[in-house]
Design a protein around this ligand. Sequence first.
Ligand SMILES: Nc1nc2c(ncn2[C@@H]2O[C@H](COP(=O)(O)OP(=O)(O)OP(=O)(O)O)[C@@H](O)[C@H]2O)c(=O)[nH]1
Ligand SMILES: [Mg+2]
Length: 362
Amino acid sequence: MFIDSVEVTVSSGRGGAGCVSFRREKYVPQGGPDGGDGGDGGDLIFTVDNNTDTLSRYRGHHRFKAQNGEQGGSHNKTGRSGEDLILKVPAGTQVFDVASGEMLLDLTETGASALLLKGGRGGLGNARFKSSTNQHPVYAQKGLPGDERVVRLELKLIADVGLVGFPNVGKSTLISAVSAAQPQIADYEFTTITPSLGVVTVDQYRSFVMADIPGIISGASGGRGLGLQFLRHIERARVLLFMLDTAGQRSLNKQYDHLKNELGGYSTELSKRLFAIAFSRVDADPSGAAERVEKFLKKLDLHPVSPLLFGENRLYEYEADDFGNQPAFAMPISAVTGFNIAKLIFRLDRLISKVKSGENRC
Ligand SMILES: Nc1nc2c(ncn2[C@@H]2O[C@H](COP(=O)(O)OP(=O)(O)OP(=O)(O)O)[C@@H](O)[C@H]2O)c(=O)[nH]1
Ligand SMILES: [Mg+2]
């Protein structure tokens, strides 16, 4: 299981100070105290938000503070309360106190909301201290400070997209091009021996999780190579992206058939998972890639949409309207030059959203 984790400092707002003031009006010689109370500081609240899947929005920001309460005013005016700060996190997020390691919140349910830090109370104004023995109180309370804690947010992630492919086809290069993940990349097989995970940012509000696992070779489902033990990491991935290398020794068909077989050998469920295809490394031999892709699409009876130009080469791609056993789309990419990568992210995101909306309906 992969874990997304981020450390942040959170604080609630400080209470505003109470006010010391006396009425000053014409014809009222002895105006009494009229200092208002300070406003309460804002609370720091966590809430589970259905629209996020990762903690990526907290990366790069380290401090989150609710607003302070405002000072009280004369004429018994209470200061404005500080606004609560509501931090949205995906379901399954746990909040730990970094100093003690204690779990403070376990946010499992969609829509759940939990108060982590209460805002400081506003101080009382001097009007509150008027009594029969003290008609002119000249003091007011200070507001109480808010709370502050350093917390770690942790989320156990399920990959949205699992990359599957033979070794050395560019899986790790792709994940490092589209996310902050930094797996090792090298021109030999089985460079990747531990799975890694990257959060792919689609736009300001959307992101999805991609998993890179070691390459799968023929016979993996029977225990050869490293692939099998890692297939469990993508067992629950919503979508699989088959990476078929256009620049290597193996033909696209051979790669495709073997991957299908291995997945089927591992579990029928995984072999029925929604999938798409990326033809990788097209920049290495563009004309060879163009030929291979066209042949492959023909053989699978996938009717390509209009071709993309890569230099002078026409690279075909395919997108299904209704995918049963067929790939949802198949497209040429180059993670090194960035060719077609933005479109790949867009299409994967759309596919994942489709799967998710189906899940929500059940
Ligand atoms: N020309 C070109 N080379 C690429 C591209 N993507 C990856 N490579 C190269 O292909 C080799 C293998 O890339 P990796 O990303 O390590 O491949 P992998 O699929 O993760 O390999 P394993 O971890 O061994 O399964 C490296 O030398 C990369 O630089 C690409 O788009 N174009
Ligand atoms: Mg790799």
